[in-house]
Design a protein around this ligand. Structure first.
Ligand code: ADP
Length: 490
């Protein structure tokens, strides 16, 4: 099988810059795809930490882009093959890639991420001698204009749009249309228009040849009014090209047998975690962990409401995360000998929680895939998850039948309310008091293949299908656009 060239287009990539699971996926998938005969180059913005991480690097092109010079640099970093857009007027800002220090979105995000997609188009058109991708793979709204640019340029390269979270959509004023290099007639319901604005994610979903999201259940949920966040009509219309591929985790980064952040075995890790968060040093308390962004999505408020039940069960909580200021304040106020709280982003503590807690709480109201429950399973912490999205697809509930058959890997709860979370904490506690059964569940969880092996094979198959022209034509003759227009909502 000949090697296939894929250009991944993404706004964050682990270990160079990360705000969430998107970066984990972007950093790990290329390595897994190499084993499938797929060669991935990833196009990323040249934020300061990205530029600092580059090893070598060659300027392969220079373009004038949205008010300044953009140098396209081909380089390696952390084992990844990259194209980096070195455009100081757009990206030379420290900190969060999307927000200013005051928490508001950067005012020029429309251009910062249009540039990402624009360079993807130029690369597909042969900007760099000897490089032409067979497929362009755009991730989330930041890369959403890439399929649209490709379409309006003639649709010569097939594209995949992957949705990691429908809650972030990227909408910008209609008057930017010309400045963004989009044709006047693109501002229609079958084009980039979305509720009176230019929708970046909408554009990607409209024009990509294939749409994937990160679990089969989320792929179904987003086609419903309740789960579609305004895009369910379009996603229903394009259901024939929409599929769900579960994420994996990087099993070299998350390797309990070889994790420099962990002192030793589970008992020692638990003691270290209790000490680090100022918890009562009690090996006999059921210790729950949380590693999460604090947002309505993640259900951190449900944990707060369930704390009395957790405490009265004699359990403890080790919680790491940041986000919503009112949740941060409420958690700080709740901290005590049985509730350990650290606000912030901390890789080492994230590993210690996974290696030291007995069970990990993931009470998300919606969850496209979720990665922390996969890490937990690999580390022998049993995930306690809301019965939504990718959490459904990755954790097997230890219900009566599963326990009888010895097949559970964690616990589900539904409806996603604090009462049900509290009741489930008691259910977990009852199982925890049966060490033989608990150990069996841990073994099941740890033996589950949470690597990228299976997902990478599915992405590779998808790319090959597209590269072979089975997406409805190629070279712009009958391709991407006609497919998209045909299946657009009326
Ligand atoms: P998200 O919706 O935030 O992307 P995921 O579960 O898909 O959720 O991915 C979250 C990733 O970010 C995981 O790798 C998790 O370990 C990490 N993470 C989240 N919060 C923190 C934190 N405060 N410190 C360290 N890592 C974190």
């Amino acid at each position: 099988m000949s090697a296939l060239n894929v250009l991944a287009v993404v706004s964050e990539i682990f270990p160079l810059i990360k705000t969430g699971g998107l970066a984990d996926v972007a950093g790990a998938l290329p390595v897994a795809l190499a084993a499938e005969g797929v060669s991935v180059r990833t196009l990323v913005p040249g934020y300061p930490p990205v530029l600092r991480a580059l090893e070598g690097g060659v300027v392969v092109a220079t373009e004038h882009m949205f008010g300044g010079e953009a140098r396209i640099v081909a380089a390696k970093a952390a084992g990844l093959e990259l194209f980096v857009i070195d455009a100081p007027h757009l990206y030379a800002r420290e900190g969060d890639p999307y927000r200013a220090p005051d928490g508001s979105d950067w005012g020029d995000n429309a251009f910062r991420f249009a540039a990402l997609s624009r360079v993807a188009l130029l690369l597909a058109q042969g900007l760099v001698d000897g490089y032409r991708p067979d497929v362009v793979h755009a991730h989330d709204w930041q890369a959403g204009l890439a399929p649209a640019y490709l379409y309006y340029a003639g649709g010569m390269t097939p594209s995949v749009m992957t949705l990691h979270n429908l809650a972030f959509q990227g909408q910008y004023p209609a008057y930017l249309l010309g400045a963004l290099g989009l044709p006047g007639d693109s501002y229609t319901v079958n084009g980039v228009e979305y509720y009176g604005a230019i929708g970046y994610l909408k554009a990607g979903l409209q024009f990509a040849d294939r749409i994937t999201t990160v679990s089969p259940t989320y792929a179904a949920e987003i086609r419903t009014l309740a789960g579609g966040m305004g895009l369910d009509g379009l996603l229903r219309a394009r259901a024939d090209v929409l599929s769900g591929i579960i994420n994996g985790i990087d099993t070299t980064v998350w390797d309990p047998a070889n994790d420099s952040y962990l002192p030793s075995d589970r008992a020692a890790n638990k003691a270290a975690l209790q000490e680090r968060l100022g918890l009562r040093p009690d090996p006999g308390s059921l210790l729950f962990g949380v590693v999460s962004r604090f947002s309505v999505q993640k259900g951190v408020d449900l944990i707060l409401a369930a704390l009395p039940a957790l405490i009265s069960a004699g359990a403890q909580l080790a919680l790491l995360g940041s986000g919503d200021a009112s949740l941060e304040a409420a958690l700080r106020a709740a901290a005590g000998p049985d509730i350990g709280v650290q606000i912030g982003y901390d890789e080492s503590l994230a590993h210690l929680i996974q290696g030291g807690c007995d069970a990990l709480l993931v009470p998300s109201r919606f969850e496209p895939c979720g990665l922390t429950q996969l890490c937990a399973m690999r580390y022998g912490a049993l995930p306690v998850v809301a019965h939504v999205g990718g959490l459904c697809d990755t954790v097997i509930d230890a219900n009566e039948m599963a326990l009888a058959e010895g097949i559970g890997t964690g616990f589900h709860f539904s409806p996603v309310t604090s009462e049900m979370l509290a009741a489930t904490i008691l259910r977990v506690d009852a199982v925890w008091r049966q060490p033989e059964i608990w150990r069996q569940l841990q073994r099941n969880a740890m033996q589950t293949d949470v690597s990228w092996r299976r997902p990478a094979a599915r992405y590779a198959a998808l790319y090959r299908e597209l590269a072979n022209g089975s997406y409805g034509g190629s070279n712009g003759t009958m391709g991407t656009g006609e497919l998209a227009v045909r299946s657009a909502p009326s």
